[in-house]
Design a protein around this ligand. Structure first.
Ligand code: G4P
Length: 555
């Protein structure tokens, strides 16, 4: 393929010294993060407050209102509407204090899917949001584990301080002992619930007073010095004394604030606040932006690729089908990793070696789309995907690069997928293969060749519903799901030879994944523990090894 004018222009600017300066500025200016939380912790509320500061929305309530009022634009959205949930995860970009912030929004429902995990693969930082009354919850723990795989920095926001909550010290203790993550409280609460009086900033020794506003209204934040005599008239002595004693304890026994450790994912700064009343959100955002890491170098087959590499590289972390049924489109979300992305640019697709023009890149804000002219490391763009892209694919210009793929995460729900109508087999096969390629669900197979029906393996129930819904609507096949009675899956490190060495194993079922690698299914964690105890030489993994350059088996 010959180079286009814009490609030549791009090349020209790459040779330009100004370009490098421009790229450096763009990289320095960017911060990207995802929020990890359990449903109801207040993610939507916090997101909305953050967007308000960035001027991306004009009024509180806009994020929710948008969700409720939006038109049904696809069958996909129809499913969302029926279930009253949000499946699509989008990327919200906004400017705040000279920083371009990309907030990677993860689906909020507890029936979350692999998309939620994959979105974290594109994030450089994570905000862990906890409800002060509940502490760590199951979904947060799972998402944290994924962040741990890449050691991304975690910033903790303990929300709903205006409601009775757990003791702040035990909230920190829980994070330290259960997640094996050191904590450093940036501010410390004075009381909680009806007795929440505000927070003490440990660094500036300022006290931010909280005055309860009407539900949903912004609180009025008053700032006083800790030694201001007026403070004692405004805050009960016992509450203030308790907070000060606890801070003293932290000074003596707690970790020190060390940005290096934060960036290595070993220490989490903790903030207390209340998203609903907008208390503590701005100080949180300001500190977050100071300490969060910018776009980081990503691991590739050629070693780490610096975001300042002059030529564009990026990888696909999510595919979304049918965002608009009139066009039966699929959008591939690409995280820009290095260089500058430009509209109409011609790039190479690492897996196939093909040359492609990226002609209609989009920025997607909630359901709205705008054409992107250019994008930089840390940004996310949506590309129309005529079936060419798969999760983990690398796009590059210049010297060949292939990023480490996105791993498959351990599924927890398994069902046989039956096709009761043999005459629809062709469509069934096509649908199953395409949905797997798209990453909508993982497919496992029985090792007994005669039982060739696929086993759907998902991390959330919703994925199964989406697959059935799409098979019916897009491939005209009505299918039946049959539970298989297993709940835990593990990949065998070392593959078939390692499994053979162990000999006969009990209380688990051996199946194979789409790359013909052995996967063990267990009825429960107890059975898994038992097998591991009995066979210490067997190494099992929660995450499938990354594959690249190998084609999976089809149905
Ligand atoms: P999610 O996206 O994490 O699922 O949570 P969301 O923001 O929807 O918040 C869940 C509920 O918690 C909402 O109440 C929200 O108003 C409330 N909430 C969020 N932050 C705070 C906070 O700081 N303090 C208090 N007291 N409540 C908070 P809801 O009744 O379910 O919805 P709504 O009637 O407020 O819309």
């Amino acid at each position: 393929m010959t180079s286009s004018t814009s490609d030549l222009e791009a090349q020209k600017s790459f040779n330009d010294d100004n370009f490098l300066k421009h790229l450096e500025e763009a990289v320095k200016k960017r911060k990207n993060f995802a929020i990890i939380s359990h449903p109801d912790a207040g993610k939507t509320t916090l997101t909305e407050k953050l967007l308000l500061y960035g001027g991306a929305i004009q009024q509180a309530g806009a994020v929710k209102a948008r969700g409720e009022q939006r038109k049904v634009t696809s069958d996909w959205m129809e499913l969302e509407k029926q279930r009253g949930i949000s499946i699509t995860s989008t990327v919200l970009q906004f400017e705040y204090n000279d920083t371009t912030i990309n907030l990677l929004d993860t689906p909020g429902h507890q029936d979350f899917s692999e998309d939620t995990y994959r979105t974290l693969a594109a994030a450089d930082n994570a905000v862990m949001l906890e409800d002060a009354a509940k502490g760590l919850e199951p979904q947060t723990r799972k998402l944290f584990e994924v962040c741990r795989l890449r050691n991304i920095p975690i910033f903790t926001f303990i929300n709903k301080m205006d409601r009775p909550g757990l003791e702040p010290l035990s909230l920190l203790d829980e994070i330290e002992s259960e997640l094996d993550l050191a904590t450093f409280a940036i501010n410390w609460p004075i009381g909680s619930g009806d007795f929440f009086r505000g927070v003490i900033d440990r660094y500036s020794k300022n006290v931010f007073l909280f005055s309860k506003a009407e539900r949903g209204k912004q609180s009025i934040e008053r700032r006083l010095k800790l030694d201001d005599p007026e403070l004692h008239q405004l805050v009960e002595k016992d509450l203030l004394d308790k907070a000060l004693e606890e801070i003293e304890l932290l000074e003596v026994a707690g970790a020190e604030l060390n940005v290096e450790l934060i960036r290595a994912g070993e220490l989490t700064p903790v903030f207390f606040g209340s998203a609903m009343t907008n208390f503590g959100v701005r100080p949180f955002l300001d500190s977050f932006l100071k300490m969060a890491q910018g776009p980081v170098a990503r691991i590739s087959s050629q070693g780490p690729i610096d975001p300042m590499r002059e030529t564009f590289t990026g990888f696909v972390f999510k595919l979304q089908a049918n965002m608009d049924p009139r066009h039966r489109d699929r959008v591939a979300f690409v995280r820009v990793c290095s260089g500058r992305f430009q509209k109409d640019m011609i790039v190479r697709h690492a897996r196939t070696g093909k040359t492609i023009r990226l002609s209609r890149p989009q920025k997607i804000f909630a359901q709205d789309r705008a054409v992107v002219e250019d994008a930089y490391p840390g940004d996310v763009i949506g590309l129309n995907n005529p079936g060419m892209f798969a999760i983990g694919d690398t796009l590059y210009s210049g010297k060949r690069v292939e990023y480490e793929g996105i791993p498959c995460f351990s599924p927890e729900i398994f069902c046989w997928l039956r096709n009761p109508n043999p005459s629809a087999f062709k469509n069934f096969k096509k649908g199953v293969n395409e949905l797997r390629e798209e990453g909508a669900v993982q497919i496992l197979y029985d090792i007994d060749q005669s039982k060739r029906d696929p086993i759907l393996a998902a991390v959330g129930q919703l994925q199964l519903e989406v697959v059935q819904h799409r098979l019916e609507n897009e491939y005209s096949v009505k299918t039946r799901l049959e539970p298989i009675g297993f709940q835990v899956a593990r990949w065998v490190v070392g593959g078939w030879p390692s499994l053979k060495k162990i000999g006969r194993i009990f209380n688990c079922k051996t199946v194979q994944d789409s790359w013909e690698r052995p996967v063990l299914l267990f009825k429960n964690q107890w059975n898994l523990n038992q097998l591991e105890e009995d066979n210490p030489s067997l190494s099992l993994s929660k995450v499938a090894p990354v594959v690249s350059g190998v084609n999976p088996i089809n149905l």
